[in-house]
Ligand binder design. Structure first.
Ligand code: ZN
Length: 250
């Protein structure tokens, strides 16, 4: 088997790939924030992205980490959050999905991803993807082995303008198998004056998504992904408001 020792990115990923908070929590909920960070090692020159705006919104989910951290604090629950940008490798895609290391994201080209050799792709999988998902799997395994209930919830945000079109939706609850859990969350959010829907603005694709189908549905555990429009997560007050909406429902 070829190994990744010849990757040009060898030695670049010196920061830990994730941050784990409140690991010892006995609450059934495990929060996951795969798109928490926009960090790209400086040597990669932002992957050649041209636009400040593009780098701003395609490299991470704005506000998602702050919301996930606040929920983790309020509920005292475990949070696993990525420390690198989704543009290096998307932690919410299976490792061999076509958009795992995207050459284009929405309308923006990502030049630094367009001519990667297999050694570098494999290096990113080993340095960033594998540790994150192995840690999540172990967390779940340990709790299941102790007979604890487990729910897995991803916290994300989406851009208010997508392919040039404004999106009126304010929050979405994405689900595959966990229909009842998702409906409870949707019903709870709908008690507030919010535009909320199930499986919008995206749908869970069992072959194209990672956290919900792999760590949740495939194991028979309740799992959903929460999406909040990112213009609603721009201030500490806004984070507090959304944490207040979601905390009693998860
Ligand atoms: Zn996301």
């Amino acid at each position: 088997m070829p190994v990744c020792t010849d990757s040009v990115e060898l030695g670049l990923y010196t920061e830990p790939p994730y941050t784990l908070s409140r690991e010892a929590s006995e609450h059934p909920l495990i929060l996951v924030c795969e798109h928490a960070s926009r960090f790209i090692p400086p040597a990669l020159n932002d992957l050649g992205l041209d636009f400040e705006a593009a780098r701003e919104h395609i490299a991470w989910d704005i506000g998602a980490l702050a919301l996930a951290q606040r929920l983790s604090e309020i509920l005292g629950v475990t949070l696993l959050a990525a420390n690198y940008s989704r543009l290096l490798i998307d932690l919410n895609r299976p490792r061999h999905a076509p958009d795992s290391i995207p050459g284009q994201s929405e309308i923006y080209q990502v030049p630094g991803n367009q001519h990667l050799d297999e050694a570098t792709r494999e290096h990113r999988r080993q340095a960033l993807f594998k540790p994150f998902h192995t840690r999540l799997q172990t967390l779940i395994d340990e709790r299941v082995a102790r007979g604890q209930a487990v729910r897995v919830v991803g916290i994300h945000s989406f851009t208010p303008i997508y392919y040039g079109q404004p999106r009126p939706l304010e929050a979405g609850v994405l689900f595959g198998e966990a229909r009842q859990y998702a409906q409870r969350v949707i019903d709870g959010l709908s008690r507030h004056p919010l535009k909320v829907a199930g499986n919008q603005p995206y749908k869970i694709d069992p072959l194209g998504d990672m956290t919900v189908p792999v760590h949740g549905d495939a194991r028979g555990l309740e799992s959903v992904l929460i999406e909040v429009r990112n213009d609603l997560l721009r201030t500490p007050e806004a984070i507090e408001r959304w944490a207040g909406y979601l905390a009693p429902l998860l």
